[in-house]
Design a protein around this ligand. Structure first.
Ligand SMILES: NC(=O)c1ccc[n+]([C@@H]2O[C@H](COP(=O)([O-])OP(=O)(O)OC[C@H]3O[C@@H](n4cnc5c(N)ncnc54)[C@H](OP(=O)(O)O)[C@@H]3O)[C@@H](O)[C@H]2O)c1
Length: 298
């Protein structure tokens, strides 16, 4: 039997039946494994992505395992399509117990979206910001928001010049968006009364689609990892299934039901970079996100 994230996360005995979970970016990689695991724990899973065939396949796998799943197709680089996704979710449920903001992308070429925002920041940060806003009133008091960040976030210096692609560097843009995930979680936890908000680094998954558009040096580094002997890779890298463990832990473990505003890796709290816990920066990013999305959290 292939690796099960819920076993690695120590939550395979948890029953999530009667609960509903949305996992963005669950057509492949870490999100797919997270969705499958939450389905096996009994949750109704809303699978999301752009690839309809892959999304339906994940939803069918959950159904075949005795669960219940629905696929939602949505592009996340524009505020309007993110808000349409939220609307479609609202049409299907009046309660969302678990929201996993997992979808993420890395782009080697800089591009501005139709909203005039650097694309990595739009997909990786503004989409979770808008989606969480539009779904927050569906979260019960014991609801959970999990946002998948990355251990690369300390590379970012805390400047959010995201309406220009001058001097674009793919890895810097990616790190900036992942720093935004941690700052978003810190501020969201402060604002939510009841539901928790945590974020995580899933580990390094060299075989993931995430790196397909990376620059040549990044792809070379990832490729080297992919071709190391399995025994060695296991010690320094993850598979999508082991990469999903911390998301599944945060979504399902009773250990963290009262924990909020924290950054996790390997199913344990970790100290993020000092920049990622700067309350002033978290507040400023929140205001910037409001102005870029036209959304006001009152
Ligand atoms: N892989 C790693 O080593 C690693 C390390 C640290 C953190 N992470 C984080 O873990 C998360 C999952 O990464 P992964 O490795 O599993 O990546 P992945 O295999 O490339 O999967 C990404 C998912 O996000 C969706 N997605 C990407 N861009 C989208 C867009 N514009 N609109 C809608 N959906 C979009 C994809 O959907 P479609 O394919 O259907 O379009 C796919 O389901 C990301 O947040 C990533 O930053 C990954």
């Amino acid at each position: 039997m292939s690796h099960r994230p819920e076993v690695g996360a120590g939550v395979d005995g948890v029953d999530r039946s009667g609960q509903t979970a949305l996992v963005t970016g669950s057509t492949s990689g870490i999100g797919r494994e997270t969705a499958l695991a939450l389905g096996r724990l009994g949750a109704t899973v809303f699978v999301h992505g752009r690839n309809r065939t892959a999304g339906r396949r994940v939803a069918s796998a959950i159904d075949d395992a005795g669960g219940d799943a629905v696929f939602f197709r949505a592009e996340l680089s524009e505020v309007e399509t993110v808000r349409n996704l939220a609307e479609a979710v609202r049409d299907r449920t009046d309660r969302l117990d678990i929201l996993v903001n997992n979808a993420g992308a890395h782009f080697s070429e800089g591009q501005l979206t139709a909203d005039g925002v650097e694309r990595t920041f739009a997909v990786n940060h503004l989409a979770p910001f808008a989606l969480t806003h539009d779904l927050r009133d569906l979260l019960p008091d014991d609801g959970r928001v999990v946002t998948v960040s990355s251990g690369i976030h300390p590379r970012a210096d805390g400047r959010f010049d995201v309406t220009s692609i001058d001097d674009y560097d793919g890895l810097d843009a990616y790190a900036r968006s992942k720093l935004a995930n941690v700052l978003f979680t810190v501020e969201l936890a402060r604002r939510l009364d009841g539901p928790t908000a945590n974020c995580c680094h899933p580990g390094l998954v060299p075989g993931s689609h995430l790196w397909r558009d990376a620059s040549i040096p990044v792809r070379l580094a990832v490729g080297v990892l992919e071709h190391l002997p399995a025994s060695l890779v296991r010690r320094i890298a993850d598979t999508p299934a082991t990469g999903a463990e911390t998301s599944v832990y945060l979504a399902a473990s009773p250990d963290v039901e009262d924990i909020t505003g924290q950054y996790f890796a390997d199913c344990a709290p970790r100290e993020p970079s000092a920049t990622a816990t700067d309350d002033r920066l978290a507040h400023d990013l929140w205001e910037l996100s409001e102005s870029l999305t036209g959304i006001s959290w009152s």
